[in-house]
Ligand binder design. Structure first.
Ligand SMILES: Cc1ncc(COP(=O)(O)O)c(C=O)c1O
Length: 444
């Protein structure tokens, strides 16, 4: 494997991690194989605003932003200031913090479907709490889902439904190792955008479905009327509708995709960007769907630590104060225009898709089997030019016009390399292994 001198320290650490940490990283999306392994940075020593510095001293414009967890920019002074002041008053109290009630009121005022609130420490955990509440509230076990919902057994059990002919798992790329076999058949995937498929699953599992859990969208808008249709079908079958807004929440509207589309679920989960980089997750929902949680055992020591509460209050307040919705629309539009300009100037067969909070480049390759190699070549060459990205770009409020221009200039150079690759030089130009998709996400 090629190891570029520019990331030598990163790769040495990654080797040591290989001996000590099974899987090397805690989040699959932080594995070196998710970028250009041997050229992209793997470990950082500091981050500020739109940029980070890796352990080898290289600076990058960051378009990944902790897979959407950072929304205001790294080390934001307003949020970090609130956290530091809180730490001086105690990071965790023996009794409860009044911020717990204050944040609940702010979430209820901000998120259209929210009437009650439970906290936890992350997105997957919030999904697991929501599923437990839905099962408790309905007395049913099965969950129909569409999206990525974390690492917990309720969800990963879907991979006991491997295709008997091909052996392919529904969440391709993940074996259900360690998941109780007793859960097989309790989580069933449905096809995003296809109401007939959802109706069919309800018919086949009549009276057994507790909830529909879905990402209302990831990068593109849902088909016209689709979310309304899902809500109607869930209602007709007395199932609870849960929106997983862990990735799509906050950026488009502070109150989530439900505020943008006007389709309100019974429950929703939010996490990631709600704290701009501190652990926190939340389940919100209607009184009807959530109040039974008072009788369920859902309890953990750090779920209402003062750091997460202070960071959430400061982040949501800052998003409102900085007019984030308009800012993200403007930033996204500039980014899309700049990338399209770079594509046009270079003359590369590619297009820009996606919404303003996550636009992405699609290369028009003659043969689909080349996509992964071409995308990795793009990541490899962007990394060499100080740009950390997949092929998508997720801005924070700290990204500037200069960041966008520098990224577009780098992309224009890289697009010219991609043209050479498409003319036959791909295997020479790609110096690393092609990125392997870690798993299928169901919603694009
Ligand atoms: C839609 C969605 N749900 C749940 C999760 C899991 O969140 P976490 O990694 O905080 O457990 C993610 C993370 O990428 C996500 O995108």
């Amino acid at each position: 494997m090629v190891i570029d001198d520019r990331v030598r320290k990163s790769m040495e650490l990654y080797d040591r991690a290989g001996e000590l940490i099974p899987g090397r990283t805690q989040l699959v999306s932080r594995r070196a194989s998710q970028f250009a392994e041997g050229v992209s940075p793997v470990y950082a020593q500091g981050a500020k605003g739109s940029r980070f510095v890796d352990v080898d001293g290289n600076e990058y414009i960051d378009w990944v932003n902790c897979v959407s967890a950072v929304i205001l920019g790294h080390a934001d002074e307003a949020v970090d200031g609130a956290v530091k002041r809180q730490i001086d008053r105690g990071s965790l109290y023996t009794v409860n913090s009044p911020m717990e009630v204050e944040l609940a009121e702010l979430l209820i005022e901000t998120i259209p479907s929210a009437e009650m609130v439970r906290y936890c420490k992350g997105g997957g955990e919030a999904c697991a709490v929501a599923v437990k509440i839905a099962r408790g509230a309905t007395g049913r076990d099965k969950i129909l889902f569409s999206g990525y919902h974390g690492w917990h057994d309720w969800y990963q059990s879907v991979n006991y439904l491997a295709d008997p002919d091909t052996g392919e798992f529904p969440i391709t790329g993940i074996e259900p190792i360690g998941v109780p076999k007793a859960l097989a058949g309790t989580a069933l995937p449905f096809t995003y955008g296809d109401l007939d498929n959802l109706e069919k699953l309800f018919a086949e599992n009549s009276g057994e479905v507790a909830a529909v859990m879905m990402e209302p969208l990831r990068s593109d808008l849902p088909p016209e009327g689709y979310l309304e249709g899902v809500k109607e079908i869930a209602r007709a079958n007395d199932a609870i509708l849960i929106f997983d807004e862990v990735s799509c929440g906050w950026r488009t509207r502070i109150g989530g995709i439900q505020e943008y589309t006007g389709v309100t679920p019974d429950m929703s989960v939010f996490a990631k960007a709600m704290t701009n980089g501190y652990p926190m997750g939340v389940v919100v929902g209607s009184r009807d769907s959530m109040e039974l949680a008072a009788r369920m055992f859902i309890s953990s020591s750090y779920w209402s630590d003062n750091v997460g509460l202070a960071a959430s209050l400061a982040t949501i307040t800052e998003l409102k104060r900085r007019d984030s919705v308009a800012q993200f629309e403007a930033l996204g539009e500039k980014m899309r225009t700049a990338m399209q300009g770079a594509i046009d100037s270079a003359g590369v067969p590619a297009s820009v898709s996606g919404w303003h909070f996550r636009c992405y480049v699609n290369f028009d390759v003659p043969d689909a089997s080349m996509t992964s190699k071409v995308n990795t070549l793009f990541v490899q060459e962007m990394a060499r030019r100080g740009i950390h990205t997949f092929t998508s770009f997720m801005p924070t409020l700290a990204h500037t016009d200069d960041d966008i221009q520098q990224t577009a200039d780098a992309a224009e150079d890289v697009f010219k390399i991609v043209i050479q690759a498409l003319e036959g030089d791909l295997d020479n130009l790609l110096e690393v292994d092609p990125k392997r998709e870690p798993f299928r996400r169901f919603v694009t």
